[in-house]
Write a protein that binds this ligand. Structure first.
Ligand code: SF4
Length: 367
């Protein structure tokens, strides 16, 4: 913490309190001559009540509020742009905290209402290093990591915040490539002193960075989603360069080391604390044949998991095309009838560029 505070002072940016843990907030209180319990009060104001200014922290003394405001920022940043789809999906552009005078940066956050569910898709990096060929964010390249505060701001500053039931780390960036910030954010979301959410309501996705996955599985209780998209290594590498560094077979071998993800686990799937899913964008002629379906069944044969088939949102200047509805349905039914629980993910927000990275790319191109 001391190191981070010193670094922020050097770039003339007040540190943000959002993103700090209970013990770190207690340390801050003590460092400024305030009682230790102020740390717990700050958690309540920041994460439970979700206030945006020190003045709203009414059970803190005026002197305490003044002292904190002099040295810190709460860390809330309202969205700068918003697009609402005809189906109710809302895409927000949230600014990322940057030093004064530096180039503004934004990330996309998508709120997806669905009857009694409200899912938020959050971003964890500006841009991305993974270079998936079908992804607009991948084309932007990597710009910066988000802090845990930047990640949490996407939830705390969301107008529909009180409607949220689920959070998925499936927006811009690769969570395992910014794992410290992702683990810190999920800790705050699930801690008794934080948002008090069940880890079952949070899903973190990855293209399969095995080193990060191992740490994530060991240190977090949140659910895991692997972006699979192709079951055959040589062909997967053509669309997902990560396959060269960490092959999908290595990813599956790692998952098989954890009984919670295995078929021979005696615990019934519905009572398990962690869910494992595989995301599969279905491309026309690329990964939608019977041979691909059989390879998928073979690859995942020992795992207790589900497969989510995703319709491809076309992006500009891309050779990829989504598979037809008929082919999607055939694939779902074929996999399910062979024992692999498979669903077709509802396509949402097509009219507002819900595909990851389109809005930030548009903004950067126009600015
Ligand atoms: Fe990065 Fe995800 Fe896009 Fe791949 S799909 S380039 S991991 S943001």
């Amino acid at each position: 913490l001391q190191w981070r505070l010193a670094a922020l002072q050097q770039i003339k940016m007040k540190p943000s309190l959002i993103g700090l843990s209970l013990s770190e907030l207690q340390d801050i209180a003590l460092a400024h001559g305030l009682p230790k319990y102020v740390g717990k009060q700050l958690c309540e104001w920041l994460y439970v009540k979700g206030v945006a200014a020190f003045d709203e922290m009414t059970n803190l003394s005026k002197a305490a509020r003044f002292c904190l405001a002099e040295h810190y920022e709460v860390g809330r940043m309202p969205h700068s742009e918003m697009r609402r789809s005809v189906d109710g999906t809302v895409k927000y552009l949230f600014p990322v905290r940057t030093p004064e005078g530096s180039h503004p940066r934004y990330v996309e956050t998508v709120f997806i209402p669905d009857r009694e569910r409200g899912t938020l898709c959050v971003s964890c990096q500006v841009g991305c290093k993974m270079g998936c060929r079908f992804c607009m964010t991948g084309r932007q390249g990597f710009v910066a990591h988000l802090t845990a505060g930047d990640i949490l701001n996407q939830l705390l500053s969301l107008p529909e915040r009180n409607l949220l039931t689920n959070i998925v780390f499936m927006g811009q960036g690769e969570p395992m490539d910014n794992l410290d910030a992702v683990l810190r954010a999920t800790e705050i979301l699930t801690a008794e002193w934080g948002w008090k959410w069940s880890p079952r309501r949070i899903t973190v996705s990855t293209v399969g960075i095995v080193t990060g996955m191992r740490r994530f599985i060991d240190e977090s209780r949140c659910s895991l989603a692997v972006s699979l998209h192709h079951p055959l290594p040589a062909e997967r590498q053509e669309i997902m360069p990560i396959e060269k560094a960490f092959g999908i077979e290595e990813v599956v071998a790692l998952l098989k080391q954890y009984p919670v993800f295995c078929k021979n686990n005696p615990e019934p799937p519905e009572s398990r604390q962690r869910r494992l899913s595989f995301e599969y964008i279905v491309f026309d002629g690329l990964n939608d044949s019977k041979a691909h379906a059989d390879a998928l069944l073979h690859l995942l044969r020992d795992l207790s998991c589900r497969v989510n088939l995703i319709r491809f949102h076309t992006i500009p200047d891309s050779p990829f095309r989504g598979a037809s509805e008929k082919q999607m349905t055939w694939l779902r039914d074929y996999l399910t009838s062979h024992g692999l629980f498979t669903t077709i993910r509802a396509s949402r927000g097509q009219d507002i560029y819900a595909a990851c990275g389109l809005l930030t790319t548009k903004l950067q191109t126009n600015s």
